[in-house]
Design a protein. Structure first.
Length: 328
């Protein structure tokens, strides 16, 4: 082991950029595979590889892409949802994950690729036994996006300038909404969309049943090492984000609500519920205060109601149209 470490350090000190880059990427990949998230992340940040990787040759870029994917999956296993989403964002938003990971060629017009170029690209492909499961990759990305996007959408439901965290996730939601008839979900994407709709309502049990079930286990979750640990992490995250979404969506309905009731509804411990609500109040996401003697959340009702929000949106639109009317 010590000899391997010495050889690795020697490779990392090599003056040839390509050798040094490949050695560092392989080391990060190794850390990520073994769930050493902090070591993998720190090595990636200290190496500054992301700043110059676009100038590297294609095989090194493929190795970099594969390393970033493993880094994202490692972050997901550790419950670092935001880090997982950020690591996988570039690969998934490109729509060319298969090609970027060196696991196949996309169909293009013959004018774009001649026979010689096709041979060169085929030689760069990764052997089949080293392939990363693309459905697992997409599922990890979509579930991460769901856990980030649904509470954000609930918090900014009437904000006209609301930004998108994940365009791909929004696309899947729109596809699901356009379906004239909705049957039981079949594909992995349909399961995530159905779970997202349940989370919007604060229904964590239904959301959980769509994310973790026999179909999803066989397609995705059973492929993870430490399966039970990943499932427990997912249940906890779904409960926490569903609680946040519920408070964003229904806070205007309540004058006050008991933390014991929320703890029972979402099957979370009282300290966890207290921590989540305290963070929301500190970050000014929830206009409320905690009454410690009675263990209740008292709503301040300073936020506009849905009707008032719609009136504000209408006023903003009329304001943008008024200069045009004056010109006419």
């Amino acid at each position: 082991m010590s000899k391997c470490l010495e050889e690795f350090e020697q490779l990392c000190r090599d003056r040839t950029d390509r050798i040094r880059t490949c050695a560092i990427l392989c080391h990060i990949y190794h850390h990520a595979l073994h769930s050493r998230w902090y070591q993998a992340r720190d090595l990636m940040l200290m190496s500054h590889l992301q700043d110059n990787i676009q100038h590297a040759d294609p095989p090194v870029q493929i190795l970099y892409n594969r390393t970033m994917v493993q880094l994202g999956i490692c972050a997901f296993r550790q419950g670092m949802i935001k880090d997982a989403h950020n690591a996988l964002l570039d690969i998934q938003s490109s729509g060319r994950a298969k090609e970027l990971l060196g696991q196949g060629l996309l169909m293009r017009n013959m004018q774009e690729r001649n026979a010689e170029q096709e041979k060169i690209e085929k030689r760069r492909q990764v052997p089949f036994h080293m392939h990363i499961n693309l459905e697992l990759l997409e599922c990890v990305y979509l579930v991460s996006a769901m856990l980030l996007e649904i509470p954000y959408m609930a918090a900014h439901e009437f904000d006209a300038r609301r930004r998108m965290i994940s365009k791909q996730f929004h696309h899947q939601l729109r596809v699901g909404e356009r379906q004239p008839l909705l049957g039981p979900p079949e594909s992995m994407r349909e399961h995530v969309v159905a779970a997202s709709k349940a989370m919007k309502m604060g229904d964590w049990r239904t959301c959980h049943s769509f994310i973790i079930n026999e179909k999803m286990n066989s397609k995705v979750w059973d492929l993870f090492p430490e399966i039970q640990k990943v499932r427990e992490m997912l249940v906890r995250k779904i409960q926490e984000e569903s609680l946040r979404t519920y408070l964003f969506t229904y806070s205007s309905v309540y004058d006050s609500i008991s933390m014991a009731t929320l703890s029972e509804m979402f099957e979370l411990e009282m300290p966890t519920v207290h921590s989540i609500i305290s963070k929301m109040i500190i970050n000014e996401e929830l206009m409320a205060s905690l009454d410690q003697p009675t263990q209740t959340v008292v709503m301040h009702r300073t936020e506009p109601t849905s009707l008032q929000n719609m009136a504000l949106q209408l006023a903003e639109k009329l304001e943008t149209w008024s200069p045009d009317n004056h010109r006419i």
